[in-house]
Each structure stands twice: as structure tokens, then as C-alpha cells.
Ligand binder design. Structure first.
Ligand code: SF4
Ligand code: SF4
Length: 354
């Protein structure tokens, strides 16, 4: 999205964008002072302190998109550092070979973008939940949102028209997006950029909720108290009053699975990011946030910790386990309730990064 200076009115807000940030200890005055510097294209402390969680776009009561200004200024000033070596690995996702595995005619396709090997797809997308779906994967179908964590504010926006054209050219009328960054880009971002989307985008959680609702008799209730990791990229999702939100899909999914979602401090708008953006440069600080977040879940009574994004999963699963909460990637939780064998292996589901 783009920062909208016309909406950023200091007389009509309390500097919520940065005053509510969970990673920076600012009051209203400090928040507005830093925002004023950025608006005048000057460096500000927030640029280096930010963990690139996108939350300030939701915090701003005026819809001014402050995160997009922060990200643009991080790139312009170089004050947010992301090492070139780490960038190469992550950029590899945008260059993965394209591949389409055809499923049953008339069924939707599941787009996994550049995450095919990180998951890995052949181990994860198995079983009844995915029966008959086609799989679309590769760099041409990746939204490239993770690059915003790497001091590159524009590649994902420049890439969006061709990503939507490539997905359209596959001919599928309904496409489920495995990662909610891709979903957010082909919904909210495409609308903001006035790009026509000829297919119906479906968020993976909406697909899972619908599938479970239609197949209730296959579920063995898990009877687990759980907490979940809201991916930072879900802040790009539409959440208007006219549409169901991620919260609806998740809460109904957990209920269908017989899980009790615990009430905790870091939930919904106040969810903490997994901090993967600062892992390569500030590992100690990042691990502190991971523990703070997981401790909150544990204190609220969670027995299991559910992740949706392969990056959150890789960063958090081992620490969750050490803190005696069983980590489940959401698909695994469903497979468990269906009595299926759980997949192992792969950065997204099996190998911790620390
Ligand atoms: S971005 Fe929003 S919350 Fe922040 S100063 Fe501007 S109007 Fe206020
Ligand atoms: S993106 Fe997240 S960490 Fe960065 S300033 Fe906004 S709320 Fe804070």
C-alpha cells in the first residue's frame, strides 16, 4: 500500500501508529515526532528499531498506512539493515521453478508460491483435506511480500500485475492461497492498485473452515487448549464489515476441531510478530520477543501453539516445544483430527532455525 499523507492528521489521532507498537517504547509525543521526521523524508529512530511487523497500518485510526512510509524510508536511508547473504536465501523463493500439478477438473487450485521446498509441498499437502486440488508453485506465482522485511519496499508492488496475470493464465477460476501475504496482495493490494482479478481468491483458513464444516463426521475432537501465531502478513488481508475475517475462519476452524482458543494479551490486533525480520542481525532481541510471546500463550493455559506461516513455524516451533507447548502447523492440526499421519521434515514444518 501507499502512505496517505492526506489521512495522516496529528490533530485527529494520538500517535497510535507508533505509540501502540509492541517493539518500540514510544509515547504519543515521540510517535508523532518520528512520524513528522519521516513525512519530511528525514531519518528517524523508528527505522532501525522497527521489526517490520506491519502492525502500525492497523493501529492508525485514520488509515494512513504509516508502515508503508516506514518501509520506504528504511530502504531510502539504509538504517534498517538486512544482510546480503540472508537476502540471497530469501530471494531464492522468488526464483523457484514454476510447476503446476493438475488435480480434479472443476476443483480449485492451491497456490504455494515460492514455498514449495521450504515446506516441503509433497509431504504437507497430503490427505483428505487436499484431495483433488491442483497445486500451483514457483516464482512466477510468488507475491514477494517477504522482501519488505529485507529493506525492499517496492519489488512486491512492482511484481503484483505480473503475478496476477500468471495466476490468471493458469485458467483456474478459484485459487486458494496457502500464504496470507499472497491472499492479501491479490485482494486488498490489487484493489488499491485497481488491478482486475478474474479468479476468486480464497484464503487457506477459509478453505479449511469450509472443508471441515462439510466433513464434520470425519473429525475426532482434539480437546486441546491452544494459542496461535497470527502472521504479520495477515495485516494485509481485507477486514471490512462486509466480509468474514481471518478471525472468523480461525475461531470456527478451532471450534470444529474441538480446540479451545485461550484468551491472551498478544492476540488479534495486538499479536506479536515472530520477529524473523530481525533474526539475521539481532538474534538475541528476536529470541526475547519469541519467548515473551510464547510465555503469554503458556500463562493463558495453552497446551499447543498453532502456526500458519512457514517462517513463523521455523522461528518458533522449537522454543514452543521447549516451553512445553506442542507446536502444530495448522495443516498438521487438521491432519491429526482426521487421524492421518503427520508430516515431518522441511524448514516450514520440521527444522528449527536456532
Ligand atoms: S499515521 Fe495515523 S496514527 Fe500515525 S501520526 Fe499519522 S494519523 Fe496519527
Ligand atoms: S512495522 Fe511493527 S515494529 Fe515497525 S513501527 Fe510499525 S508496529 Fe512497530
Amino acid at each position: 500500500m501507499v502512505f496517505d499523507l492526506r489521512r495522516c492528521d496529528f490533530s485527529k489521532c494520538k500517535g497510535e501508529c507508533l505509540a501502540r507498537c509492541l517493539f518500540i517504547d514510544y509515547n504519543e509525543e515521540q510517535a508523532k515526532a518520528d512520524m513528522a521526521k519521516l513525512i519530511h523524508q528525514k531519518p528517524a529512530d523508528v527505522l532501525a528499531k522497527c521489526v517490520t511487523c506491519y502492525a502500525c497500518n492497523e493501529f492508525c485510526p485514520r488509515g494512513a498506512n504509516p508502515w508503508d512510509l516506514i518501509n520506504q524510508m528504511q530502504e531510502k536511508t539504509g538504517l534498517y539493515i538486512y544482510p546480503e547473504e540472508a537476502k540471497k536465501t530469501a530471494l531464492g523463493w522468488a526464483k523457484k521453478e514454476d510447476k503446476i500439478i493438475k488435480g480434479d477438473t472443476g476443483k480449485p487450485a492451491l497456490s504455494i508460491g515460492g514455498f514449495a521446498d521450504a515446506l516441503p509441498y509433497d509431504k504437507v499437502f497430503k490427505g483428505k483435506l487436499f484431495e483433488g486440488l491442483s497445486l500451483i508453485m514457483g516464482g512466477s506465482y510468488a507475491c514477494r511480500a517477504p522482501e519488505t522485511h529485507m529493506c525492499d519496499a517496492n519489488s512486491c508492488l512492482d511484481n503484483l500485475p505480473s503475478m496476477i496475470k500468471n495466476l490468471t493464465d493458469t485458467g483456474y477460476k478459484e485459487i486458494i492461497f496457502y500464504h496470507d501475504a499472497c491472499y492479501g496482495f491479490v485482494t486488498s493490494e490489487a484493489l488499491a492498485m485497481m488491478i482486475e482479478v478474474p479468479f476468486k481468491p480464497i484464503h487457506i483458513m477459509e478453505y479449511i473452515r469450509n472443508w471441515l464444516r462439510d466433513n464434520k463426521d470425519l473429525i475426532t475432537p482434539l480437546n486441546l487448549k491452544i494459542a496461535y501465531q497470527r502472521p504479520c502478513t495477515s495485516r494485509y488481508n481485507p477486514h471490512g464489515e462486509l466480509t468474514e475475517s481471518l478471525y472468523d475462519w480461525m475461531e470456527q476452524t478451532f471450534e470444529l476441531l474441538g480446540c479451545e482458543l485461550v484468551e491472551r494479551k498478544y492476540q488479534k490486533e495486538n499479536s506479536m510478530c515472530c520477529s524473523s525480520g530481525i533474526f539475521p542481525t539481532q538474534k538475541k532481541r528476536a529470541m526475547g520477543y519469541v519467548k515473551q510471546n510464547l510465555q503469554d500463550a503458556k500463562d493463558a493455559g495453552a497446551e499447543a501453539y498453532i502456526t500458519f506461516c512457514p517462517i513463523c513455524t521455523a522461528v518458533m516451533r522449537n522454543t514452543a516445544k521447549n516451553m512445553e507447548m506442542t507446536p502444530y502447523y495448522i495443516v498438521m492440526l487438521v491432519q491429526k483430527a482426521l487421524g492421518e499421519e503427520l508430516p515431518i521434515g522441511g524448514a516450514g514444518i520440521g527444522v528449527p532455525v536456532h
